[in-house]
Design a protein around this ligand. Structure first.
Ligand code: OXD
Length: 310
């Protein structure tokens, strides 16, 4: 059974092969499009599908995504629905995402954008510091990433809230669920962290109505997908001051066009989709385990439910 790697870099610069070989020395790796006998190509490791690949590889039995979010693969009409798709749950990606979230939450909590502006303007002025117990930090999306972020935010003493599609119970977190739980969750959230998967239901979810349901002076941290956000509504909420700041790692169009207002908005902090990167060293065990499961006819780890969309 050969694993086809769709690499954006030249195969000799491939970062996956050494890590996969370390765990499975006899692994048969091929690189798209030089795959040799197409009948041997039974699994593919990819982020985006190249044109014509699925037609050229009819023996494929599974797709292993190199990312946690698989919305782009599910949206891609060229990807056959019959193929099981496994998303990546990479422990170091989870840890990086939580680092990013803790950093942005603390940045807003400690009024860092305000002090940065004061430094620029050479203003010496001390502002009262709210107690973390009075600061509602709400995480939308309580999967692997959301639960880890909440656990890492817990030691700071914030009032933690969580929202998910279906009810969850997490120690030390006030949990809300479903459309009926959303208004109460938002009303109690001063710093909103978005981690929901992008699906038809969650696309454009962060719109004027949702933002208006947050308390005045709230902050947004978006590290899920740009398509969750209606950009014009976010800009209006920032311009009016209802939202005091937004930390954005993801955008509707990436790279973000240079004329987009987010680049220079005084209340926006931006990073180039770098909050959490796939680490082949820590992700390889899941890929190897899934190859073994595929050849043994066992269900894949982190299999995506196409109907649910994640
Ligand atoms: C992912 C991402 O989904 O990098 O893994 O956005």
């Amino acid at each position: 059974m050969a694993l086809v790697i769709v690499s954006r870099a030249h195969p000799s610069a491939d970062v996956w092969a050494p890590e996969l070989r370390r765990l499975m020395p006899d692994i048969d790796i091929r690189y798209w499009p030089d795959v040799g006998d197409p009948a041997a190509a039974e699994a593919v490791l990819m982020w985006q599908a190249p044109d014509g690949m699925f037609e050229a590889l009819p023996a494929l039995k599974a797709i292993f995504a190199t990312g946690a979010g698989v919305d782009a693969i599910l949206r891609d009409a060229r990807v056959p629905h019959r193929l099981p798709l496994a998303r990546l749950v990479d422990p170091s990606m989870t840890a990086e995402m939580s680092e990013y979230i803790v950093m942005q939450v603390l940045r807003f909590h400690r009024q860092e954008p305000l002090y940065a502006r004061q430094q620029r303007d050479k203003v010496w002025e001390v502002h009262g510091q709210p107690n973390p117990h009075t600061r509602g930090v709400g995480v939308m999306g309580l999967g692997e990433l959301g639960r880890d972020a909440l656990a890492k935010l817990a030691p700071f003493g914030f009032a933690l809230r969580g929202w998910s599609r279906t009810k969850r119970t997490l120690p030390g977190v006030e949990c809300f669920a479903g459309a009926e739980g959303l208004p109460a969750f938002l009303a109690r959230t001063d710093i909103l962290v978005n981690l929901v998967p992008l699906t038809a239901e969650t696309e454009d979810m962060i719109d004027a109505k949702l933002l208006a349901a947050l308390p005045a002076g709230a902050f947004l941290v978006n590290c899920a997908r740009g398509r969750h956000v209606v950009d014009a509504d976010l800009l209006a909420a920032l311009d009016s001051g209802h939202l005091a700041g937004a930390a954005l790692d993801v955008f509707r169009e990436e790279p973000l066009p240079v004329d987009h207002p987010f680049w220079s908005h005084p209340r926006v902090i931006m990073t180039p989709h770098s909050a959490a990167l796939t680490n082949p060293a820590t992700a390889a065990p899941q890929i190897v385990e899934n190859l073994r499961r595929l050849s043994g006819g066992m269900p894949l780890l982190n299999l995506v439910d196409r109907a649910r969309g994640y």
